[in-house]
Design a protein around this ligand. Structure first.
Ligand code: GDP
Ligand code: MG
Length: 595
């Protein structure tokens, strides 16, 4: 296709503002998907995505649109909406020249509207602001148009109004995509450079790599090279999604499509990497490539220890599809054999554990999420800690923790409640701005405080009205300590936590109390202690009982006694021994999940 007749765009929106529904209507209006094959959220392929109504993996689809200026190929790139996947969002945006900024006409601008808008502006995209859901009785197009115009300039009355549900305004929107978004520019016969903006594992075809041709072209059967690693592959198939994969004779400058090389592991085809051709290799990779970096860590353990090999196999499989997932084996006194896993964020953690439950039928327990700490010991050693159990015992000269820049958007009545929450989580106010009836609060907050139920608290303090977005902003030194929980003097690893010194006492008393209620009495007294190093900061006691089932047998029937003994032994299989103390595994699980 002549690049002058190509438009590459994405839709950016806060979650639930109607991106997938609008994409569906575009597929229909352009005739890309015939009416009879249409189903809701056509592009959200994963079951979890459809059920939760979120887009996890971005997809690209080519549509045709005829205007008075001729026929155009529109490549729509669907970006993930969630902050956990902001790197993938940024790469999808880099594949486009323009973006539709979609705002729910009843809700107005939200945190992810802003975050995505800023990303689009950094990528120099042409922005088309659009009001969606104008069919809703609660829609307030005047107010929201003013909010948008205040934010990005222009006149409120020029903002397009559409309904992804009824299809109203969708044709006009496609026309303005053609008229307002610039055509791609690049060198048509220079050394090929294709930017990978998504990489999806397909069990039948191997990895499908989605690319945007920035310069030159790629053809099927030619040798290609990944510029970050130098690894070489053959382009077995090249094509476009329309929306089903459709092989083509090649991908030319400005086009968006896919590449199949037969590799079976997405890590060999990384988002952000540049693909070039052996026949005429590019010397310089496209800017912006980084490796995915896990931010949140958690231990995943099978409830039933015999499921451990199943869990390992499942993780091996998921890793082929998900370059950001990391894991290594780990053992825990309380939970047995499991894996320490690294995730991009909390949603990523949830998605992976849910897929393990669903697709592999595994019952799992996850330890409390932790972040990466950089610990310097007094003798000058630098230790990276992603698991409290790795926290060094000796003298520590400093600990650094990751900090994120958060943006919280809410109706202005909630300012006080939000500030209180952020302060209690060691937040520093960076700025505050009013957008009509709403306020944007910007804080720097330790990531460790965010991963610990921050979002739940934010939602409940604002009756669900606040939205949150965050991005990494480096590290800071902090007065952190490791709190251990001990049963009869033995530390129970799964409950150790790295917390701020000011919160150590409340964490310790909370865990000790929970365990006292959950652990059955033993034949001896069991102290439960919370300690920082050797210093005990909280204590509870489980009183002793004499539980002698044999006493009930009046010393008579031997076989009955034996049966009882055997029964008792079986009951013990689900017991974990911590020193001399028997703890039902359920107690640990309940203590970890907090209920
Ligand atoms: P996404 O998270 O941005 O992809 O949002 P979805 O497309 O999944 O839509 C979120 C919810 O809003 C769904 O329940 C949709 O049915 C609904 N929705 C989307 N567009 C419209 C619209 O134009 N009008 C109305 N009334 N509802 C809509
Ligand atoms: Mg969606």
């Amino acid at each position: 296709t002549d690049p002058a007749k190509i438009r590459n765009f994405c839709i950016i929106a806060h979650i639930d503002h109607g991106k997938s529904t609008l994409a569906d209507r575009m597929l229909q209006v352009t005739g890309t998907v015939p009416d009879r094959e249409m189903r809701a959220q056509y592009l959200d392929r994963m079951d979890i995505e459809r059920e939760r109504g979120i887009t996890i993996k971005s997809q690209a689809v080519r549509m045709h649109w005829a205007t008075d200026a001729g026929d155009f190929a529109l490549n729509m790139i669907d970006t993930p909406g969630h902050v956990d996947f902001s790197y993938e969002v940024s790469r999808s945006l880099a594949a486009c020249e323009g973006a539709i900024l979609l705002v729910d006409a009843a809700q107005g601008i939200e945190a992810q509207t802003l975050a995505n808008l800023y990303l689009a502006m950094e990528n120099d995209l042409e922005i088309i602001p659009v009001l969606n859901k104008i069919d809703l009785p609660a829609a307030d197009p005047e107010r929201v148009s003013r909010e948008i115009a205040d934010l990005i300039g222009g006149r409120p009355e020029d903002i397009l109004k559409v309904s992804g549900k009824t299809g109203a305004g969708v044709e006009e929107l496609l026309d303005s995509v053609v008229h307002r978004i610039p055509a791609p520019v690049g060198s048509a016969d220079g050394p090929p450079r294709a930017m990978i903006f998504d990489s999806v594992y397909d069990p039948y075809r191997g990895v499908v790599t989605y690319v945007r041709m920035i310069d030159g072209n790629l053809s099927p059967r030619e040798k290609v090279q990944m510029m970050s690693t130098g690894s070489e592959h053959e382009a077995l198939e090249v094509g476009v999604s329309a929306p089903e994969p459709t092989p083509t004779k090649g991908l030319a400058v400005g086009e968006v499509g896919y590449l199949i090389t037969g590799v079976k592991d997405v890590r060999l085809s990384k988002v952000g990497d540049t693909v070039t051709a052996k026949r005429k290799p590019a010397t310089e990779a496209l800017p912006g490539y980084t490796d995915p970096k896990p931010m949140v860590f958690s231990g995943l353990y099978p409830l039933d220890g015999s499921d451990y090999p199943v869990l390992r196999e499942a993780l091996d499989k998921l890793k082929l599809e998900d370059a950001a997932l990391q894991y290594e084996p780990e053992t825990s006194v309380a939970l047995g054999f499991g894996f320490r896993c690294g995730f991009l964020g909390l949603l990523h953690l949830e998605i992976i554990s849910e897929r393990l439950r669903r697709e592999f039928d595994l019952d799992l327990i996850a330890t409390a999420p932790s972040v990466i700490y950089q610990v310097t010991t007094d003798d000058g050693r630098e230790i990276t800690v992603t698991n409290p159990s790795e926290y060094p015992d000796g003298k520590i000269s400093s600990v650094r923790e990751p900090v994120v820049k958060t943006a919280i958007l809410a109706p202005k009545d909630y300012v006080g409640a939000i500030m209180e929450l952020c302060q209690s989580r060691r937040g520093n106010l960076l700025g505050m701005e009013y957008l009509g009836e709403r306020v944007e609060l910007r804080y720097s907050i330790p990531l460790g405080e965010i991963v610990f139920d921050f979002f739940d608290h934010l939602k409940s303090r604002t009756q669900g009205y606040a939205s949150l977005d965050y991005e990494p902003m480096g590290e800071q030194e902090a007065d952190l300590v490791k709190v251990d929980i001990l049963l009869q003097g033995e530390a129970v690893d799964a409950f150790s936590a790295i917390v701020h010194r000011d919160n150590a006492y409340s964490y310790g008393t909370m865990m000790a109390e929970r365990l006292r209620k959950l652990i059955p009495r033993q034949q001896f007294e069991v102290p439960i202690q919370a300690a920082i190093g050797a210093r005990v900061i909280a204590r509870e006691t489980i009183r002793a009982i004499r539980k002698d089932v044999l006493a009930k047998c009046y010393g008579g029937d031997i076989s009955r006694k034996r049966k009882l003994l055997e029964k008792q032994k079986e009951g013990k299989k689900r017991m974990k021994m911590v020193g001399r103390v028997e703890v039902p595994q359920e107690a640990f699980i309940a203590a970890l999940s907090g209920d």
